[in-house]
Design a protein around this ligand. Structure first.
Ligand code: GDP
Ligand code: IMO
Ligand code: MG
Length: 431
């Protein structure tokens, strides 16, 4: 039997509309899974006029009765997790619907303090512009093999044993290196012990559970957070997040194997945005960028920061399609381009007088490139009500076809508004 596991990833620098696409796909999904990142994500779902932003929980949580999993690759801030659950209705909170891997790492209070202190110490020109959610320092501890995992919270004695030397070391770093106040042991230990008690009913061997579910042919949707160009290995280092955000991260982050995968869905915005620092060749600092920000409501779902806005970057997207092995594209926010006038698309870069067709390895090179644009005609008719590709204005259809041709990946879905029903199915949705 054909495997029934779909993997959804962001194709640019995040905020492509992954939450909306997961929600749209959710009707026939049995299990939703987050597998990397943490509460740095902000995935917006608007269903029946209700807006929910998920940071840690999978965006399928609004579907009653379906299983939602937090895999081992996540870094989980229990406070944020419990806050998100508390915001759901009683039916949505059903504990049997939610499972957390005991192998996932815990974002501790010192990780968040360190994240912010390190950003401050980097100063202007060197800061990364992190979300301040403790993501980097938590992954550092994971790979240094001194992190606390969810399983460690479940046993008060183990927690005490592991936390005692760890906190001593963290307090040295906080006080001596960053001039912060030390964290008293009990102020860290007691809440963590309490988290263990509260989280215990959710903890399960989700790798084994997923294995059985996949073997039984259940439909699993793996929901990536962040996006390929923020990948720790393949992104615009050091202006990246600290996890494997491209397709490969789904395997280490769940315990599933590449053989399990049915298809990779890459979510791409019809233009480009980026939050935080780092190169963005097509950033538009003129009125056009401002219009994109205003029309697209481009403000961070996690931090509220204005997102940097600009034109579609096909060089970055080609790189991302190959890196992710994308089978299909979900193209979002096409409606935001309505009325913007002629649309620019970056087809290559110019670097030191030469044409660059490939996304450069070096972030310093990417910082120095100039985009080479082609200009396509825009459209002015409102497209938010379109539900078939043929009903789009010709220029909008041509824009979509142009992207498909350039990337050599079919567009399976076009989103034309934030609401659940504002989409054109071009084969991605099964029904
Ligand atoms: P994610 O992090 O990839 O899930 O994306 P975010 O939720 O951070 O940002 C996407 C924003 O665009 C959210 O406010 C969505 O409600 C909104 N959105 C998603 N798709 C569309 C679309 O097709 N058109 C418009 N106008 N808004 C959209
Ligand atoms: P979703 O899942 C956009 C960016 C931050 C910063 C860099 C590192 O909603 O697409 P971190 O806190 O992860 O150490 O910050 O990554 N970043 C995101 N940008 N969308 C996100 O998530 C992001 N998560 C992190 O702005 O530049
Ligand atoms: Mg987001």
């Amino acid at each position: 039997m054909k495997n029934n596991v779909d993997l959804l990833v962001g194709a640019q620098w995040g905020d492509e509309g992954k939450g909306k696409v997961v929600d749209l796909l959710g009707g026939d999904v049995d299990i939703f899974v987050r597998y990397q990142g943490g509460a740095n994500a902000g995935h917006t779902v608007i269903a029946d006029g209700e807006k929910v932003v998920f940071h840690l929980l999978p965006s399928g949580m609004l579907y009653p009765g379906k299983l939602c999993i937090l895999g081992n690759g996540l870094v989980i801030d229990p406070e944020q997790f419990l806050k998100e659950i508390a915001n759901l209705s009683e039916k949505q909170q059903d504990r049997a619907r939610l499972a957390i891997s005991p192998r996932a790492h815990v974002v501790m209070p010192y990780h968040k303090i360190l994240d912010q202190a390190q950003e401050k110490a980097r100063g202007k020109g060197r800061k990364i512009g992190t979300t301040g959610r403790g993501i980097g320092p938590c992954y550092v501890d994971k790979y240094s093999r001194c992190g606390l995992r969810i399983e460690d919270l479940l046993d008060a004695d183990v927690l005490r044993d592991r936390l005692t030397p760890l906190l001593e070391e963290k307090n040295q770093i906080l006080t001596r290196l960053y001039g912060e106040k030390p964290l008293p042991f009990d102020e860290v230990y007691e809440p963590a012990r309490q988290w263990g008690k509260t989280l215990a009913p959710y903890v399960d061997d989700v790798a084994a559970l997923l294995r059985r579910a996949v073997d039984d042919g259940q439909h699993v949707l793996l929901e990536g957070a962040q996006a390929a160009l923020l990948d720790i290995d393949h992104g615009t280092y050091p202006y990246v997040t600290s996890s494997s955000t491209s397709a490969a991260g789904a395997f280490t982050g769940t315990g599933l194997s590449p053989h399990d995968l049915n298809r990779v869905i890459a979510v791409a915005k019809a233009y480009t945005t980026r939050v935080g620092e780092g190169p963005m060749p097509t950033e538009d600092l003129t009125e056009a960028g401002e219009t994109l920000r205003r029309n697209g409501g481009e403000f961070g779902a996690t931090t509220g920061r204005p997102r940097r806005c600009g034109w579609l970057d096909l060089v970055g997207l080609k790189y991302s399609m190959a890196l992710n092995g994308a089978d299909t594209i979900a193209l979002t926010k096409l409606d935001v381009l309505t009325g913007i006038g002629p649309i620019k698309v970056c087809v290559a870069y110019e670097y030191e007088g030469e044409r660059l067709d490939r996304f450069p390895v070096s972030t310093r090179v990417l910082e120095a490139v100039k985009p080479i644009y082609e200009t396509l005609p825009g459209w002015s008719d409102d497209i938010a009500g379109c539900r078939t590709i043929d009903s789009l204005p010709q220029a909008a259809q041509d824009y979509v076809r142009y992207i498909e041709k350039e990337l050599n990946v079919p567009v399976g879905l076009i989103a034309v508004g934030a609401d659940r029903d504002q989409a054109i199915n071009c084969g991605l949705l099964r029904s």
